[in-house]
Design a protein around this ligand. Structure first.
Ligand SMILES: Cc1cc2nc3c(=O)[nH]c(=O)nc-3n(C[C@H](O)[C@H](O)[C@H](O)COP(=O)(O)O)c2cc1C
Length: 449
């Protein structure tokens, strides 16, 4: 095992992270409320020695996501789900997304501390400030706050939460003290009514995109959960930026950068490509519409719809009215925009179909490459998927990955059974847990009071 350790998490969306994942025969379309399945999938990740299961959250629903991202419409709230996972596992960490924009520091401190006790030191908080403007209207606000206000609020929240943990009693009730915090947004006396978490400070993740998010992640978080970047150069740039900011705060070795990764894996390359094609064939496309209006799609964030009108807009050539299964003429592909050309390279990487070979890119491929990707996708046999993980890990783009299974439970076990053994054989990933707590898996010490 090299000195630097690869970290792996499981992004848990019950119906899968591919928009049509719930329609695959190895998926359970009704999985969102089946605690047995949620526990079973977490146990599979634990058998593979994953660092954590990751539970995202939203504070709003949007029926329009029915065809683009059904897992985002309805699901269990993450604290309760995390408790159920903790009860059915012994080592794997459990990450709960909590948005301070709509919560109080005292409430977050006690919920996270309780989860850390009930899991024996396996809790983590994914601190997000929220991408959903609609959440404001569920919490008595007129509008979603702007970035500056959300991050000012989040930073003070984090300070208060950690102060509350540091001033919390020992499990026998001794040692508690008040914090008497008087800040810009909060007055909090303390002490907390839950003992200091076994990890001292519950591990903190941050997921965001803005400059403020990068700064908060580098200065205050343990893990930066990175969104997708369009090119390898951009991924390296992002990674180097977080590390350089962390170094400025004296914490270069204390922040891990974990991007999301959707592996479409099968025993052979041909089977993996066929699986990817099959998933895309199960997508329900959006109705055609006028060129020009970008609409909400893809779950978190803005994106284009899946249809030939949107593809025409994104690729800069008129492909409307064509048969999706037909190959696109090379002359059309030669005329695409710069952004279109970048996406054609991506299509070839995923489908192995090319601009001018015998197996040519289809109109359907253009449609599937149109919406914004939630995470980087890799399609291949176990060695090919492991190669990509190793390359990013060794060449300054990632310290590990949050694995997004395209469908559940089939894509979870495909990764744990096919790819993890390859990573272990290469000495990149642990074969056994070295400790019990999430901090121990991450090689992070318990902070002193
Ligand atoms: C990888 C990733 C995961 C995210 N997960 C969530 C989530 O589970 N819930 C949520 O409300 N927002 C989530 N967000 C959105 C962020 O909270 C953030 O609001 C959004 O990225 C806008 O960036 P900014 O807040 O830095 O401006 C996520 C963002 C990224 C990049």
């Amino acid at each position: 095992m090299s000195e630097r350790e690869l970290h792996l998490g499981l992004m848990f969306w019950a119906t899968g992270t591919h928009a049509a994942g719930w329609r695959h025969p190895d998926a359970r379309a009704d999985a969102a409320y089946d605690i047995g399945l949620i526990q079973e999938v977490s146990q599979a990740a634990e058998r593979a020695k994953f660092d954590f299961v990751f539970l995202g959250d939203r504070l709003a629903s949007d029926p329009a996501l029915q065809h683009s991202n059904p897992a985002q419409i309805s699901r269990l709230e993450p604290y309760s789900t995390a408790m159920a996972i903790a009860a059915a596992t012994t080592h794997i960490g459990v990450v709960v997304t909590a948005n301070p924009t709509y919560s109080d520091p005292y409430a977050i401190a006690r919920l996270m501390a309780s989860l850390d006790h009930l899991s024996d030191g396996r809790a983590a908080w994914n601190l997000v400030t929220g991408a959903d403007a609609a959440a404001a209207h569920n919490f008595g606000r007129d509008a979603h706050w702007d970035t500056a206000r959300r991050y000012d609020w989040a930073e003070e929240t984090l300070r208060v939460v950690r102060d509350l943990w540091d001033a919390a009693p020992e499990p026998d009730g001794t040692g508690a003290r008040r914090i008497d915090h008087r800040g810009e947004f909060f007055s909090v006396d303390g002490p907390l009514d839950v003992a200091r978490p076994p990890q001292g400070h519950v591990v903190v993740f941050n997921a965001g995109t803005s400059d403020r998010s990068r700064e908060l992640g580098a200065r205050d978080a343990d893990i930066v959960f990175a969104g997708p970047q369009p090119t390898l150069a951009k991924r390296r740039e992002y990674y180097a930026d977080i590390k350089a900011r962390a170094a400025r705060h004296g914490r270069a070795d204390h922040v891990a950068v974990l991007p999301g990764l959707t592996p479409i894996v099968a025993p052979t390359t041909e089977e993996a490509v066929a699986l990817h094609d099959r998933l895309n064939a199960l997508l329900v496309l959006d109705p055609e519409r006028e060129v020009g209006d970008i609409v909400r799609a893809g779950g978190i964030g803005e994106g284009h719809q899946r249809n030939l009108t949107s593809a025409s807009e994104v690729f800069g050539v008129d492909v409307r009215g064509n048969d999706l299964a037909a190959a696109v003429p090379s002359s059309t592909l030669a005329a695409v925009s710069e952004e279109g050309a970048r996406r054609l390279t991506e299509i070839t990487r995923l489908t192995r179909r090319t601009v001018d070979g015998p197996d040519r890119i289809t109109y359907g491929d253009l449609v599937h490459a149109t919406p914004a990707q939630l995470s980087h996708v890799v399609v291949g046999n176990p060695e090919e998927v492991a190669d990509m993980i190793q390359e990013w890990f060794e060449e300054g783009a990632a310290d590990g990955f949050n694995i997004y299974p395209a469908y559940v439970p089939g894509a979870v076990t495909a990764f744990t059974e096919l790819v993890v053994p390859v990573l272990q054989r290469r000495g990149l990933f642990r074969k056994e847990y070295g400790g019990r707590t999430l901090r121990e898996h991450l090689g992070m010490a318990v902070p002193p009071r």
